[in-house]
Design a protein around this ligand. Structure first.
Ligand SMILES: [Zn+2]
Ligand SMILES: [Zn+2]
Length: 634
């Protein structure tokens, strides 16, 4: 099970599926061949590393689901290409919120806008990241002139280290984004050769047949940009992720006058953030949260305050720090991503922190509860996050009790409701007071709602409209909004993943599809499997293997029967029964502690069982056999 908050960063070897395989996947006529290929790799994988096997399976599954790929094979007739058109190739961020990657092409020259990643779903065991498929970029590497970045969120910059290994072209982004990108490239040891350029709103940069003009927007991270993208076919406005904040924490209000000026100049096409296209009204200002925090700090009285938030929400963290400072409390950070983003933002001047306000969590015990604010990751109830570990009593530095006042300053992302609820329940069981209600104004979105979106459409007045950055339902809703402000239906195009959309002064259409899907990355690259296998073999030869299988009830999460334990080469005859019983009890304990009413997360469960069984065996026998866990949900 990959640990989302603490990934092994040193290993840069990543397994990106070979171009050859991808091409085969794109041409599904060759299904037989692909099948036998994956069967072959499955076989080798089984001999070596179990994760590889799962990975192959996932890739196949993901490709099957990708409608764009299916379309590629069906569409044999090519439509006539539009004359003097700009082409927009959607390699990510469409029908999903994550891994944004868009390519613009004019006259044979290309530029890339954003290159993000997504965190894996629960059904991708052993996977650390999900990246866009770079096949199209590999094939056109010589045509690519530059990469432009809208802002520093993972779904916009997370894929850059992998992209740069394919095309090392200049990257243009604002100061904070460059700072965050720099950290990533250093981890991957490719910083030295990277060409990073810091830009600011108002700058115009030419790259091949294009020029990009940076426009300031509001979002949940400072220094976010929209771009006016000009080429011989006309001007495209891409909003990036944005909201309209009339009282922003810093950086000023979104540059509406500039957007209006672009509208006057004449906009060929508007590409706009669809994340909140289903939300009526206007998105409130981030300032609202500051007011709420102020009141909650008063309500907390002499209790210790623990606040969970998104680590990248610098504005939120700024407001927590300011409030804490005003109330004479010190700040302690828990969670690696939070510490990272906070230190980069501080260094570059995006976070204003008076000296001595943020302290190391090791000094927590030197302060009274009423002097403490702990900011933590885990607002989504992620299994390995700091807040979840606090809730389950596994956090090394923070023990939650009656004198804790916990504020969850984020709303659950759809799909995370159950894990968040479970964390809240656990915290309450420990005696903590937990504040999480949406209605209290603990969180506001970083994305524009319906009225905001319509406003931008009205001041930009584009000829054509493409909704981007959203799942199908967001894109469709956004298209309806465009209709409602008077953009004709034949001038609105909802793209698919892999679409090549051509836009000219006279028309817009999808011309073809390219391979676009998911590429899985795990931290143990090809080179590392060897040493892992060796390590396992070593363990096997000295301590043998213990195999534990559990059958769990899919609905209640409970154990259906006592766990089954088998051993091979693990000799322990003295008290074998007693040891088996002890392992059984350990497993039951894990089920009791983590499975109550939670949505089944077999990866997290398997990892927890493995850790607990390893600990139990070592306690009783001082040996470390290889432990294999299988969990069946029925
Ligand atoms: Zn964003
Ligand atoms: Zn985004």
């Amino acid at each position: 099970m990959p640990n989302k908050t603490a990934k092994p960063q040193k290993k840069t070897d990543t397994e990106i599926f070979s171009e050859k395989k991808k091409k085969e996947a794109a041409v599904t006529k060759n299904t037989e061949k692909t099948k036998s290929k994956s069967a072959a790799s499955k076989k080798t994988a089984e001999q070596g590393n179990i994760q590889v096997k799962t990975k192959t399976g996932s890739v196949t599954a993901a490709r099957k689901k990708n409608p764009a790929l299916a379309r590629t094979t069906k569409t044999t007739v090519k439509t006539n290409p539009l004359k003097n058109a700009v082409r927009i190739i959607f390699l990510g961020g469409i029908n999903e919120i994550g891994k944004n990657l868009t390519v613009f092409e004019y006259n044979g020259e290309m530029v890339i806008l954003d290159c993000g990643m997504t965190f894996p779903d629960a059904d991708m065991p052993g996977i650390d990241y999900v990246l866009p498929d770079f096949n199209f970029i590999e094939r056109n590497a010589d045509k690519i002139k530059a990469i432009f970045i809208t802002h520093g969120h993972e779904d916009h910059i997370g894929g850059l280290p992998y992209l740069l290994k394919i095309v090392n072209v200049p990257i243009y982004a604002t100061g904070l984004s460059i700072g965050l990108i720099e950290g990533k490239l250093r981890e991957h040891r490719i910083f030295k050769n990277a060409q990073l350029h810091t830009i600011k709103p108002g700058d115009v940069i030419s790259a091949g047949a294009f020029s990009f003009e940076a426009v300031h927007v509001n979002h949940s991270i400072p220094d976010s940009l929209a771009f006016a993208i000009r080429c011989g076919a006309g001007m495209i406005v891409h909003t990036g992720d944005f909201k309209i904040d009339n009282t922003p924490i810093d950086g000023g209000v979104i540059d509406l006058p500039k957007l209006a000026a672009l509208g006057n100049e004449g906009v060929l096409c508007l590409m706009q953030d669809s994340t909140n296209a289903e939300k009526p009204g206007y998105t409130p200002s981030e300032k609202k949260v500051g007011e709420t925090l102020e009141q909650l700090f008063i309500k907390a009285k002499k209790k210790r305050i623990i606040i969970a938030s998104f680590s990248s929400n610098i504005h939120r963290i700024q407001q927590i720090i300011t409030t804490a400072y005003n109330k004479n409390r010190k700040i302690f950070l828990s969670g690696r991503s939070l510490e990272n983003v906070t230190s980069v933002s501080r260094e570059l001047g995006y976070l204003n922190v008076p000296d001595g306000v943020i302290l190391s969590i090791d000094h927590l015990k030197n302060y009274k509860d009423e002097e403490i604010v702990i900011i933590t990751t885990g607002s989504q109830g992620e299994p390995m996050s700091a807040l979840t570990r606090m809730a389950t009593g596994e956090h090394k530095k923070v023990t939650v009790g009656k004198n804790d006042f916990v504020i969850i300053s984020a709303t659950p992302i759809p799909g995370n409701e159950k894990t968040v609820a479970n964390t809240i329940n656990d915290l309450m069981k420990l005696g903590a007071e937990v504040i999480y209600e949406k209605s209290l104004g603990l969180h506001v979105s970083g994305h524009a709602a319906q009225e905001d979106l319509k406003l931008i459409m009205n001041i930009v007045r584009p000829r054509f409209f493409i909704p981007v950055h959203g799942e199908q339902k967001h894109l469709r809703k956004h298209a309806e909004l465009a209709l409602s402000v008077g953009i004709p239906e034949d001038r609105i195009l909802v793209p698919e993943l892999g679409s090549v959309v051509a836009v000219s002064q006279h028309s817009i259409k999808t011309e073809s599809f390219v391979a676009a899907g998911k590429i899985f990355v795990d931290s143990s690259g090809v080179g590392d499997v060897g040493s892992a296998v060796l390590r396992d073999r070593k363990k096997l030869s000295t301590d043998g293997v213990v195999f534990v299988s559990a059958v769990s009830d899919l609905y209640t999460g409970g154990l259906m029967a006592p766990v089954e334990i088998q051993t091979k080469g693990f000799v322990f005859t003295d008290n074998a029964n007693e040891l088996n019983r002890y392992i059984s009890e350990t497993c039951e304990d894990v089920f009791d502690r983590y499975m109550r009413g939670v949505e089944m997360d077999t990866n997290a469960l398997r990892q927890r069982l493995k850790d607990a069984v390893a600990k139990a065996i070592f306690e009783k026998t001082k040996r470390s056999p290889v432990i294999l866990i299988s969990v069946f949900a029925v």
